[in-house]
Each structure stands twice: as C-alpha cells, then as structure tokens.
Ligand binder design. Structure first.
Ligand code: ZN
Length: 213
C-alpha cells in the first residue's frame, strides 16, 4: 500500500484529533478548530464533520487543515506519528515514469516509420519522373540515357522495399530492420546523385529542377 492508502486504512480522524491534543466528549464531539466554536459542534470518528461550519474529511484532511500542510505532508506526518510503514519505493512514480517512457517510445517509433515512408515515397516519385523523362524515345534509340537505366533499376528496388515495409514485414521485424532500410535509401539517393553528376553540371541542375517534387 502506498502512503495515502496506508494512512487511510489505519488511522481515523479521531486518532489525529487526540494526537493534536483535543479531548472529545462522550458523544465524540469537540470544539471545531476551523471556526470560532464555543460549544463542541464537530463530530469526530473515522471522519470528522462540523455541524457549525460544515468542515469535514478524514484524518489526512484534518491534519492538513489544522497544521496548514499539503495532503502528502499531512499523510507523512501521520505515518511518522503512528509509526506506519508504507511502500516508500515510489512505486507509483516508477509506474508513472514507465508509462511516460512507453508512450515516448511509441511516439518515436511512429515518427521514425512516418519518416521512412515519406522518404520512400519521395524517392519513388523522383525515380518515376526520371524514368518517364529519360525513357528512350523510340526503338531505334540506340543509346539509353544512364538516368533512365538507373531510374528503372532503382525503381524496382524501391518498389520492393516499399512493399516489404508496408505489407510484408511484421512490426517487430521492421523495428529491427528500419535503420538498415534507411541506410539503403541513402545509398539509393547517393547513386541517383552520382548518376546525375556523371552528366555535365548545367544539365544536372536542369534535371534536378525538373524532377523537384
Ligand atoms: Zn466548524
């Protein structure tokens, strides 16, 4: 049990009222410390309730209001006064942190996956445009543009990667492979860049402009 549970289970309002030095009468009534009370108008038992001002609560509330402490401080004060041992391992804090960590983990993964698919789509679109743009004009076209050859080849590969990531790989498998796949994408971009660079500078500039997605 945590601090609050331990205190609430073990200590009644009347226990802390006695601890604070009040002497309940035979009807378990005391003069209310929360309003100017001349005659006992606060009933104290497991909880307390004042018929004069309506103040009410349990042991922790009483100590909190009487000593001007926060609820946690009040609970700690009671636990200490009654020598209650409670689970102080900050279990709930740990659970809370684990929940947050798990949430972050999911979010990071979702973003990573999103980035990968965006990259795949972008490269796919660039290659598709390249392939159309540099396709041989007719059958007699003896010399195929290196850009067309590269685009056709890489497009097949990107298609394969896309299908794999999107439909084939299980989530856990994708988690293991995502860095590898991202590196593959970088390699493809490098090959695209190298093929473009193989063409004269001004042409490469024009190509990039035309293919800009
Ligand atoms: Zn009162």
């Amino acid at each position: 049990m945590n601090l609050f549970e331990t205190v609430r289970t073990n200590v009644k309002a009347i226990d802390v009222v006695l601890m604070a030095g009040f002497q309940p009468n035979r009807s378990k009534m005391i003069c209310c410390p929360f309003h100017n009370d001349k005659h006992p108008s606060m009933k104290v038992d497991r909880r307390y309730f004042c018929f004069g001002c309506g103040a009410k609560g349990d042991a922790i509330d009483f100590v909190s209001n009487y000593y001007g402490l926060r609820l946690k401080e009040a609970a700690e004060k009671i636990a200490s006064a009654f020598s209650l041992s409670y689970d102080n391992s900050r279990y709930s804090d740990c659970v809370q942190k684990a929940v947050v960590a798990k949430r972050n983990e999911y979010q990071i993964w979702a973003e990573k996956k999103c980035e990968l698919f965006a990259q795949l789509s972008r490269i796919h679109e660039q290659l598709r445009k390249m392939k159309i743009e540099y396709a041989p004009k007719d059958r007699e076209d003896s010399e195929w543009s290196p850009l067309f050859v590269m685009a056709a080849k890489e497009l097949t590969y990107v298609d394969y990667l896309y299908d794999y990531c999107m439909f084939e790989a299980a989530e856990d498998e994708l988690k293991l492979k995502i860095d590898e796949i991202t590196k593959e994408m970088e390699k493809i971009e490098k090959r695209m860049y190298d093929t473009e660079s193989g063409i004269s500078g001004s042409d490469a500039g024009q190509i990039r402009e035309r293919l800009a997605v």
